[in-house]
Design a protein around this ligand. Structure first.
Ligand code: G
Ligand code: G
Ligand code: MN
Ligand code: NA
Length: 254
């Protein structure tokens, strides 16, 4: 309860910042976009990673105002960068189950886009496989509405849940994100080779793009590229960066 109160106060005070991790084409190496990752800047404890407070934010309902702050921070940054003529590509934003469960989630997206006057294609909404499969009918409705706004969607943590593939193919999803758990031990672990190979082939057969997370080594990159994986993110390319560092990184690109 103590931590929950601290988190509630942090939401009231807006003590969160968004970092950005770039994503690349595995074929050409071109920059394509970035994933927005929230951090809590606690005056006393410093920078707190999302794994330490997002679960509590979800349980307590605080993820609703926090998630909206994240969307506003990402859109505000996008507006600044577009005004500075920087090519930002798409910015992936993680969205939790309680957010999409709310009937006003799509209205919030519409409001954020109009407040900051950014094109909807700036956003890519990332929803985990597990959240979608918890309530497939609702998931389908929300994904349809997000697509109708002109926002693309990605399934996060793919392979860690239990998707009905027949069901997935009906959904308006652009991208599957191969979870980094399956990338970590490539190209050595036979089971991870089998899983990543299968996810890439299956994703392509269903018409999705596939992006691999957590690429740390050149051997992993080479393997995934050879298997036809479209895109990648990970420490091999770039770490998540604070917004101002990311902006300088964008400016420094040829
Ligand atoms: O940056 P880090 O690897 O610690 O992120 C851990 C996880 O926290 C990410 O995989 C992501 O799923 C989650 N996360 C990061 N930012 C957000 C956010 O803004 N909203 C939600 N709901 N989850 C986030
Ligand atoms: O949404 P998701 O939980 O997948 O967010 C990606 C998380 O993975 C972020 O918290 C980010 O900091 C982390 N991450 C990104 N690249 C790498 C990597 O190459 N290796 C590891 N171990 N973690 C990474
Ligand atoms: Mn993600
Ligand atoms: Na993920």
């Amino acid at each position: 309860l103590h931590i929950e109160n601290a988190l509630r106060r942090a939401v009231e005070r807006g003590e969160f910042e968004v970092w950005f991790q770039p994503q690349f084409s595995l074929g050409t190496g071109a920059y394509l976009g970035a994933e927005a990752l929230v951090r809590w800047r606690d005056p006393e404890h410093g920078l707190i990673p999302p794994g330490d407070f997002i679960p509590l934010a979800e349980r307590s309902g605080l993820i609703i105002p926090l998630g909206e702050q994240v969307l506003d921070m990402v859109a505000a940054a996008a507006r600044r960068w577009l005004d500075a003529d920087l090519s930002i590509g798409r910015l992936g934003v993680n969205v939790a189950g309680p957010q999409i469960d709310r009937s006003d989630f799509v209205a919030t997206l519409r409001r954020v886009i109009s407040t900051w006057n950014v094109p909807p294609s700036v956003f890519e909404i990332e929803i985990t496989e597990t959240v979608i499969m918890e309530n497939p009918d609702h998931g389908r409705r929300v994904l349809n509405e997000i697509q109708a706004l002109g926002i693309t969607t990605a399934i996060d943590d793919f392979g860690t849940g239990y998707s009905s593939l027949a069901y997935l193919k009906e959904l308006p999803i652009g991208t599957i994100k191969l979870d980094r758990a399956f990338v970590k031990d490539l190209p050595e672990h036979p089971s991870d080779i089998a899983i990543s190979r299968a996810v890439i082939a299956l994703g392509h057969n269903l018409g999705f793009k596939v992006i691999a997370e957590g690429i740390e080594t050149e051997a992993q990159r080479r393997f995934l590229h050879a298997e036809g994986c479209d895109e990648g993110q990970g420490y091999l390319f770039a770490r998540p960066m604070p917004a101002d560092v990311f902006e300088n990184w964008l400016r420094a690109r040829p």
